[in-house]
Design a protein around this ligand. Structure first.
Ligand code: NAI
Ligand code: AKG
Length: 521
């Protein structure tokens, strides 16, 4: 396995990859050209980025091997997550690792604004004694409006309350329970903007939040208020911010993040006396960098080795314990997906039933894997990440039932596959190894992970002998010959063989009188 580390990923995380046997390549500088990045990514199983290396759709054009894009931090706005999902690539982040660093940076900016620290420092270093004109204000008792009360916003709120500020927040997506339990009062956006002395942003950049602080919204802030954006560029209209500072409507602002990064050398933001600027330093503490790199490395190593899913923005989570529980089922699911694809071409409906003892079994990754194997036989790269997306795109309805009688098996899996003309059903279990136990309701046992010939034939004497001797003559050894009678004058057979049968050999077997159909799976 190979991982490409871009943008200065902390060594501790890279060492975890090395310890797990991965080859680690460090990109000496951000790869800005999407085509160059696409060429590079072609050889890697995982790529790690911070904010400098962007991953647009064009960078994924040759990512045939790529399993994971890892964001060593929180915001995934520099990654085209939809494009990654469509290509079956997991996108992971490690937001818990830099919460404290980003919150402390916002608090630093709060103090820096209140006491003019940067201007005082610059004046002193220029040989001045710049005391006049740098009278600040006290934070205790002032009103702080937090937009986005998640990890970072929540931490900022707690710390600001600790220094005696009055804190309120706007966060329409806070889970109801958390909102009710929280000690920070929530307000509508307009109400919060009109109420706060200082507004601080802690939301992701998405289509919905881009330009959230438009000129009109900033004008709705109190005259003489301050603004802090240590979340993302693009949330604030930068040109309007300069106008409002010039007019004196806003008294000052502190920005850690910018619409274009790195900020252009001639940006008008740079020379503004009421602005404090830092170069996206929110997560730049040694503790945060160590934390995000190791959290991310563990997530990626576990995901690729065991299927456990943590910190993934395009797959549901699966704990290590749940992954251990579903792990043994994984090869069976893939085999059943491939078998189902052979039995029913161009399927329109798949119904998976998990019967018997189902408590503790997270069926979501199993169904995704089955669908991925089913779809993957028809086209390029389908993984559990894009399986349901591909199914919907190709008109396959996927239904799942959990529970029901296991028919004497501890756990029984029933896969029904239809295409409008044909419906087939396979039942399987892991009891005594992966086994199909019934095909279309007929009891017949075989290992779907081995090469198998599925035969439907007239139920009359001599059939087994004729087919068996044809295989023997071709040098194919029969490992197992399972028979079942449907009671309709036809018999079913699953012939497990020691090697794949050639097309010519298949044609010869199909020509045996009494053989009604024969498929290799
Ligand atoms: N400057 C820096 O170096 C860093 C910046 N960040 C930025 O901070 C953002 C927040 O990070 P976390 O707190 O870890 O994320 P989080 O997901 O824990 O919190 C985000 C909160 O924003 C809320 N939200 C979303 N849309 C909103 C809207 N339109 N109005 C109000 N609230 C809204 C969500 O409900 C959530 O509670 C990240 O997405 C990233 O862009 C994160 C780390 C470092
Ligand atoms: O990696 C960095 O320096 C920036 C971190 C960040 O913006 C994030 O985690 O969203």
């Amino acid at each position: 396995m190979k991982v490409l580390a871009c943008d200065g990923i902390h060594e501790d995380g890279l060492n975890l990859f090395r310890d797990a046997g991965w080859e680690v390549e460090i990109a000496p500088e951000p790869i800005k050209d999407p085509e160059a990045l696409a060429d590079k990514l072609a050889g890697f199983d995982a790529v790690l980025v911070r904010s400098a290396t962007k991953i647009p759709v064009a960078a994924l054009a040759k990512a045939e091997k790529l399993k994971v894009i890892g964001r060593a931090g929180a915001g995934v706005d520099t990654i085209d997550v939809d494009a990654a999902t469509a290509r079956g690539i997991a996108v992971m982040n490690a937001p818990d690792g830099n919460t404290l660093a980003a919150a402390e940076h916002a608090i630093s900016l709060l103090f820096a604004l209140a006491r003019h620290i940067p201007r005082a420092d610059a004046g002193m270093k220029a040989g001045e004694w710049p005391k006049a004109g740098l009278t600040g204000f006290e934070l205790e008792g002032k009103k702080l409006g937090v937009i986005g009360l998640g990890r970072i916003g929540g931490t900022v709120a707690r710390k600001a309350a600790g220094i005696g500020m009055e804190v309120a927040a706007h966060d329409p997506f806070l889970p109801a329970g958390a909102a009710a339990k929280g000690s920070v009062p929530l307000k509508g956006l307009d109400e919060l903007l009109a109420w706060a002395d200082i507004v601080t942003l802690h939301i992701p950049r998405t289509k919905e939040t881009t330009n959230l602080l438009s000129e009109a919204r900033m004008r709705a802030m109190k005259r003489g208020a301050y603004l802090i954006n240590a979340a993302r560029g693009g949330l604030v209209d930068e040109a309007a911010l300069i106008r409002l500072l010039d007019e004196g409507h806003l008294a000052g602002a502190a920005l850690d993040t910018f619409a274009t990064e790195p900020l252009q050398a001639d940006s008008p933001l740079r020379g503004h006396p009421r602005l404090i600027l830092t170069p996206h330093l929110g997560a730049s503490t040694s503790e945060a960098q160590q934390a995000v790199s190791t959290i991310l490395a563990r997530q990626i190593i576990d995901f690729t080795a065991t299927g456990a899913v943590a910190g993934c923005v395009n797959l549901p989570p699966l704990t290590a314990e749940a992954a251990r529980e579903v792990g043994p089922w994984m090869p069976l699911m893939s085999a059943l997906g491939r078998l189902a694809a052979r039995l029913v071409p161009a399927p329109t409906r798949l119904h998976v039933t998990y019967a018997g003892r189902t408590e503790g079994l997270d069926t979501r990754p199993l169904t995704r894997l089955l669908v991925a194997a089913l779809m993957g036989t028809a086209s390029g790269r389908v993984t559990p990440v894009n399986a349901l997306h591909e199914a919907a795109a190709r008109g396959l309805t996927v239904a799942e039932t959990v529970g029901g009688d296991g028919d004497g098996f501890d756990r029984l899996l029933r896969v029904r596959i239809e295409n409008g003309e044909r419906a087939r059903e396979v039942e399987a279990t892991l009891h005594r190894g992966p086994r199909v136990v019934r095909l279309d309701g007929v009891e017949i046992e075989f290992d779907p992970l081995a090469p198998v010939l599925l035969m439907r034939n007239e139920d009359r004497p001599g059939m087994i002998g004729t087919v068996g001797s044809k295989l023997g003559a071709a040098g194919v050894n029969i490992v197992n010959f399972a028979l079942g009678a449907a009671g309709d004058g036809q018999a079913r057979a699953a012939i497990t063989v020691d090697r794949a049968v050639t097309d010519a050999e298949l044609a010869e077997l199909r020509a045996v009188p009494g053989v009604l159909s024969l498929h290799q799976v």
